[in-house]
Design a protein around this ligand. Structure first.
Ligand code: NAX
Length: 330
């Protein structure tokens, strides 16, 4: 049997945490042959809830789950961690902006330092908590011993929402839709791009653009439906999306670590190297391929004028967030 991997989940007493930890324990994130040890971190006011989550994990009697540490101590939580899923943070509220960034910068700075000191030096990090891209950037700044390519943010939920919109519109199974792209930020300015997406049909595949009856749909409703899906779920459920986020986090880590088929890609928030003219030094969501634990940005996709504008607008938003975050630090 393989050695267990230590997976840290911060904010584990929250909604997404409650959906995510059993998925990890069942192997949905790291595969059915990979034992895991869960480190659950939350803050003092949530410590009783956290204990309850631990009890349920034990009662789940999951064969792959070798141990659970539930703690409010950041050092203990970060010790030896191979994979860190960052759900914890100050929640987004209406009218937030600078305030949300300010509160989270402090949290991410402290948790980055703890990961830097106590986690495995090759630890892979996924930031989910909002503002996810900018929290990831702060984490990168304050965890200099962790390679920058190991620090990512979640746009996979938005990516999956894009696949789901296309599948609904074309009345095809979501599993047959591939290669949508989320460019930029996990925010209401993200740009879902279906220009390169395809649908598997028989032995081959066809571009979504050729299959869509109304080509304006991709520039209008498709974009707003993906951008506003989070709000639609809040309106319906009176709570923000939880298990779809947890499932997307599993997809993100599984694809990153185990790889994806040749010719396909997924969306991940990663440290920009200047690809597609996006400013280096931002955590920006790009189309990536993944192989044996490494992602690389898909190169050479044709970008039309419409896309260019949208990609640049969301870049500007991330530059603004970065400026705000840095002004909180100094
Ligand atoms: P909850 O409010 O249910 O849970 C958050 C948990 O974090 C709470 O238990 C809280 O006590 C804990 N926490 C707060 N400060 C902490 C700290 N300093 N250290 C450790 N834990 C801390 O929120 P939930 O619905 O679970 O959402 C978690 C995060 O995901 C939020 O920031 C949310 O905005 C973000 N989301 C990101 C998405 C994405 O696609 N990137 C989509 C869903 C979600 O909105």
């Amino acid at each position: 049997e393989k050695d267990p991997l230590i997976v840290l989940v911060t904010g584990a007493a929250g909604q997404i945490g409650y959906a995510l930890v059993p998925m990890i324990a069942e192997g949905a994130m790291l595969g059915p042959n990979q034992p895991v040890i869960l480190h659950l971190l939350d803050i003092e006011p949530a410590s009783e809830i956290l204990k309850g989550v631990k009890m349920e994990l034990m009662d789940g009697a999951f064969p792959l789950l070798k141990d659970v540490i539930a703690t409010t101590d950041v050092t203990e939580a970060c010790r030896g961690v191979d994979i860190a899923i960052m759900l914890g943070g100050f929640p987004r509220r209406k009218g937030d902006g600078k305030d949300l960034i300010f509160k989270n910068v402090g949290i991410y700075k402290a948790q980055a330092s703890a990961l830097d000191q106590y986690a495995d030096p090759n630890c892979k990090v996924l930031v989910v908590a909002n503002p996810a891209n900018t929290n990831a950037l702060i984490l990168k700044e304050y965890a200099p011993s962790i390679p920058e390519e190991n620090i990512t943010s979640l746009t996979r939920l938005d990516h999956n929402r894009a696949l789901s919109q296309i599948s609904e519109n074309l009345k095809v199974h979501v599993g047959d839709v591939r290669n949508a792209i989320i460019w930029g930020n996990h925010s209401s300015n993200l740009y879902p791009d279906a220009n390169h997406a395809t649908v598997d049909i028989g032995a081959g595949h066809k571009p979504v653009k050729e299959l869509i009856a109304d080509d304006q749909w991709l520039k209008t409703e498709f974009i707003t439906n993906v951008e506003q899906r989070g709000q639609a779920i809040i309106n319906a459920r009176r709570l923000s999306s939880a298990f779809s986020t947890a499932s997307a986090a599993c997809d993100h880590m599984r694809d990153w670590i185990l790889g994806i088929p040749k010719g396909t890609w997924v969306s991940m928030g990663v440290y920009s190297d200047g690809s597609y003219g996006i400013q280096p030094g931002l955590i920006y969501s790009f189309p990536v391929t993944c192989k044996k634990g490494e992602w690389s940005i898909v190169q050479g996709l044709k970008i039309d004028e419409f896309s260019r504008e949208k990609m640049d607008a969301v870049e500007r938003e991330l530059i603004e967030e970065k400026t705000m975050a840095y002004s909180c630090l100094h």
